[in-house]
Design a protein around this ligand. Structure first.
Ligand code: DC
Length: 236
C-alpha cells in the first residue's frame, strides 16, 4: 500500500478550502479535519457559557479554566448523508457554528494562546497516523510543518465575498454583500496580524489562486502533483 500523507490546506477565508479539502479526502479515502470548525465551536461554547460579554469582550480566565478542567470535547463525525459534522460534548453544533454571530467573534477567540494550544493538540492527535486533509490558517506553518503537501489558497476579495454572500443566502441569512465584504476584510486583517500563528504562506507551500477556476480544475491541478510524487490519485 502506498504511504499515507498529510495534506495541509491554508489560506484566506472563503477561498473554498473546505470544499476542496472535503473532495480530496473523499477521493483519497482520507480523514477530513476542519480546524476552523474547532475555533468556531470554541467560540459558540464561549458565547453559550456566557464568557463573551455584550460588547464582545472575552472573559479569558473563565474560558481558560473551563477548557482546562476538560469541560469541552470537540470532535468530528459523519452524518447519515456522509457529511462531516462538528460535535461538541455529544451534540452536533454544525449549523450553529456557521452563523454570522459566530463568524464575527471567532477571530478574537482564535487569537488566544490557550485556545490555539487546545486546538493544535487535538489536530495533532488525530493526524498522527497521517491519511488526513486539514484546512485552516496555520496548518502548514505551525500545526503540521512537516506535511508532505502544503497548499496556500487565495482568491480576490470580491470573489470571496460573492461566494460567502451566496452561501449565507442559501441558508436564509440576509446579510448585504457590502457587509459580507467588510467582514472578510476584517477577518483577513485579524488573521494576518495576530501574534500567534498568523495566516502566512509557508515557504514550501504551493499557491493556488482559484478566482477563476472550477473545482474540477482544482482537483486536476492537485492530481498532477500527487500522481508523480506520491502515486496517489483523487477519484471524483
Ligand atoms: O475557516 P473558517 O472561516 O471556518 O475559520 C474560522 C476562524 O478560525 C477564522 O477567522 C480564522 C480562525 N482559524 C485560525 O485562526 N486558524 C486555523 N487553523 C483555522 C481557523
Amino acid at each position: 500500500m502506498d504511504k499515507k500523507i498529510i495534506i495541509a490546506i491554508d489560506g484566506f477565508s472563503s477561498t473554498g478550502k473546505s470544499t476542496f479539502a472535503k473532495l480530496i479526502a473523499k477521493g483519497l479515502n482520507y480523514i477530513y479535519l476542519d480546524s476552523g470548525a474547532m475555533y468556531r465551536a470554541l467560540t459558540y461554547y464561549a458565547m453559550s457559557a456566557g464568557f463573551i460579554g455584550g460588547k464582545g469582550e472575552i472573559k479569558k480566565e473563565e474560558l481558560q479554566s473551563s477548557i482546562e478542567v476538560g469541560k469541552l470535547n470537540i470532535w468530528f463525525d459523519l452524518n447519515d448523508k456522509g457529511e462531516s459534522q462538528t460535535i461538541m460534548n455529544g451534540v452536533s453544533v454544525e449549523q450553529m457554528i456557521r452563523k454570522s454571530k459566530v463568524s464575527s467573534l471567532v477571530s478574537k477567540i482564535a487569537e488566544l494562546d490557550f485556545v490555539r494550544n487546545f486546538v493544535d493538540k487535538k489536530l495533532r492527535a488525530i493526524g498522527e497516523n497521517k491519511g488526513v486533509v486539514i484546512d485552516g490558517r496555520d496548518i502548514g506553518t505551525a500545526v503540521f510543518p512537516n506535511a508532505e503537501i502544503k497548499i496556500f489558497m487565495t482568491a480576490t476579495e470580491e470573489v470571496r465575498a460573492r461566494r460567502r454572500y451566496e452561501e449565507l443566502r442559501s441558508k436564509g441569512e440576509n446579510d448585504s454583500y457590502e457587509s459580507v465584504l467588510e467582514g472578510i476584510r476584517k477577518r483577513d486583517e485579524i488573521d494576518q496580524n495576530r501574534e500567534i500563528h498568523p495566516l502566512k504562506k509557508a515557504d514550501d507551500a504551493l499557491e493556488l489562486d482559484n478566482s477563476s477556476m472550477t473545482i474540477t480544475e482544482e482537483i486536476e491541478w492537485l492530481n498532477a502533483i500527487l500522481k508523480p510524487n506520491f502515486n496517489l490519485e483523487i477519484k471524483f
